[in-house]
Design a protein. Structure first.
Length: 199
């Protein structure tokens, strides 16, 4: 009898729909972003989608911010740093995705797949260029945050560090991605020069 009651209770709970809530705010989308132990392209694309939604969405009430907000200046700084940080994460995610298609070395024995490797490099190049498109916005929001008084926002100190690195030139994704593209161009040239005699 106890076994029957347990099965009946389980069946009843299975028919009750799970409660869900609609994701409305930038912070909610941001919190869906997560790093995977194995970085598969599908996981990276999922993160990119969450981050892009975060940039398009309104902020939650300051009461539900990712940092403790006490006044309007802190609220303004928080929003600027949020936009900067999300743009930086998008750059990182697009570079990560590009790295899956980028051939770091053109080995001579890759000649039979020369066309496939060149196609892969073309995809990587497009992704690097998309990543680069987020850099001006990251710089813009960092610069806006720098015009405001420096305040300690508990919970997002790392964002402040990122902003400081941008402002001092220690973090410059335009240079980093240009190095990625230069190396990709070199590898492409090696592949293009391959022929039956080099194999």
């Amino acid at each position: 009898m106890k076994k029957f009651l347990a099965i009946a209770a389980l069946c009843l709970t299975a028919t009750v729909p799970a409660s869900a809530y609609k994701i409305l705010y930038a912070e909610q989308w941001y919190q869906l972003f997560h790093e995977h132990f194995y970085q598969y392209p599908d996981d990276t694309m999922e993160n990119i989608w969450y981050l892009e939604q975060a940039l398009k969405s309104d902020f939650a009430n300051p009461l539900y911010a990712l940092a403790k907000i006490n006044n309007k200046v802190e609220w303004e700084r928080y929003r600027y740093l949020f936009y900067m940080h999300v743009n930086l994460l998008l750059i990182q995610q697009y570079r990560l995705l590009a790295s899956k298609y980028d051939k770091q070395v053109a080995y001579f024995y890759n000649y039979p797949w020369k066309k496939e490797n060149l196609d892969s490099l073309k995809t990587a190049e497009k992704l690097y260029k998309v990543a680069l498109e987020f850099w001006p916005d990251a710089v813009k929001w960092s610069s806006k945050a720098a015009t405001l008084p420096l305040v300690q926002l508990d919970g997002i100190q790392y964002w402040e560090d990122e902003s400081h690195r941008i402002q001092t030139g220690k973090l410059d994704y335009s240079k980093i991605i240009q190095m990625d593209l230069n190396h990709l161009s070199y590898v492409r040239r090696v592949f293009e020069q391959m022929n039956g005699s080099t194999y």
